[in-house]
Design a protein around this ligand. Structure first.
Ligand SMILES: [Zn+2]
Length: 362
């Protein structure tokens, strides 16, 4: 089967299209035909090399996967579960049976499910190791993957795999930031950075569903227009005037209650100027750099909250899935590339011309 791997960290050119044997599922795994795998900036970071333990090599990227089950592991014989026609089944993400022929979307991660944090639905703080597919574990840049059955969530046969691949990591991350970490309330205001990014498109929708007033930044008029179409109440650029000035104008000098941040050092100083008294800044990324300065006097006098957020939990993913099922959240897919053009897709994502997600299809 075809896969895209890299053997050494580097630029998009290290991504190699190869033929490798089809994966064999262990007892608790399923073999899946990958129908769509969505890109994240994480893919670029992992390809380039991150600090920390080395990733498995040769490495398959790809955290957000949707596909159809081709085979279930031997454990299905003793699971006590079955499909509608008596097919052998394994327990899925929330315990529901998963079996051959079923379309599924995958949680982007595993955790131990037993430590003090996992028991409190704080999976991404797992003591035993929270592992993201395509990062600490092998991912979905392949025609087929073998994955634990208990990361699979059953979809219907008519559910679009491309759209669903754009949901799990992206919306789960944004949900955790806005709800679990920043406790966004109806009637509050939020500034979402980078409306055209995957998490930006998710955050706008999640914040609107929560009843917030949503301001969004985006680099081009085209992206700002799409941000408004997605539900933002106002959208504007980063400079001329600087976005902090725009926020002050829009809020009569008050500032926003919540700032949804993933950009990093380039916008840090203006970010702090956007926050209302007692405001919360929640961050999940540092695309432009991770080192910033902070005047503690400013922090304590304005009683700001600076909050870190990382990925999310199975419970948070379920909230997102329910939101998609209810029609509150819609995946925003900018462009689909064939799997073999993964390197081109990486260049496209890096150039930030996209509005929404970039997806690979084997
Ligand atoms: Zn754990």
């Amino acid at each position: 089967m075809q896969a895209v791997v890299f053997h050494d960290h580097g630029g998009p050119e290290v991504l190699e299209v190869v033929e490798i044997p089809a994966p064999v599922p262990t007892a608790a795994e399923v073999r899946i035909r990958v129908e769509a795998v969505a890109l994240n900036h994480l893919d670029i970071w992992v390809r380039q090399g991150l600090p920390g333990p080395p990733v498995p090599m040769p490495h398959l990227l790809g955290s957000e996967i949707a596909g159809t089950i081709l085979e279930v592991g031997e454990g299905a014989a003793e699971s006590g579960l079955a499909g509608p026609d008596g097919e052998p089944a394994l327990p899925g993400l929330y315990g529901e049976p998963v079996y051959v022929g079923q379309r599924v979307v995958l949680a982007p991660m595993t955790s131990c499910r037993e430590c003090e944090f996992c028991r409190k639905d704080l999976d991404s703080l797992c003591l035993e190791g929270y592992q993201i597919f395509g990062y600490q574990r092998q991912g979905g840049y392949a025609e087929e993957v073998a994955m634990p059955a208990d990361v699979c969530f059953p979809l219907g046969p008519d559910d679009d795999p491309v759209g669903w691949s754009a949901i799990p990591l992206t919306f789960m991350t944004a949900w955790r930031m806005l709800h679990t970490q920043a406790h966004l309330q109806s009637g509050e205001s939020v500034l979402v950075h980078a409306a055209g990014s995957g998490v930006g498109t998710a955050a706008i929708q999640i914040a609107k569903q929560a009843g917030a007033t949503v301001y969004a930044t985006a680099s081009t008029p085209e992206k700002r227009k799409k941000g408004l179409e997605l539900g933002a109440d106002a959208a504007f650029g980063y400079a001329e005037p600087d976005f902090a000035e725009t926020i002050r104008d829009l809020t009569d000098g008050r500032g926003v209650d919540v700032l949804f941040e993933h950009i990093g050092s380039d916008v840090w100083d203006q970010n702090l100027k956007c926050l209302a008294r007692g405001g919360r800044l929640v961050t999940c990324g540092a695309t432009t750099g991770g080192t910033v300065t902070l005047d503690l006097r400013y922090l304590f006098v304005k009683q700001m909250h600076l909050i870190g957020s990382y990925m999310g939990s199975r419970g948070e993913l379920l909230k997102v899935i329910e939101g998609v099922r209810a029609g509150d959240f819609v995946p925003v897919v900018d462009r689909v590339f064939p799997l073999a053009e993964a390197a081109e897709a990486h260049r496209y994502l890096k150039d930030r011309a996209q509005f929404g997600k970039v997806v690979l299809q084997p």
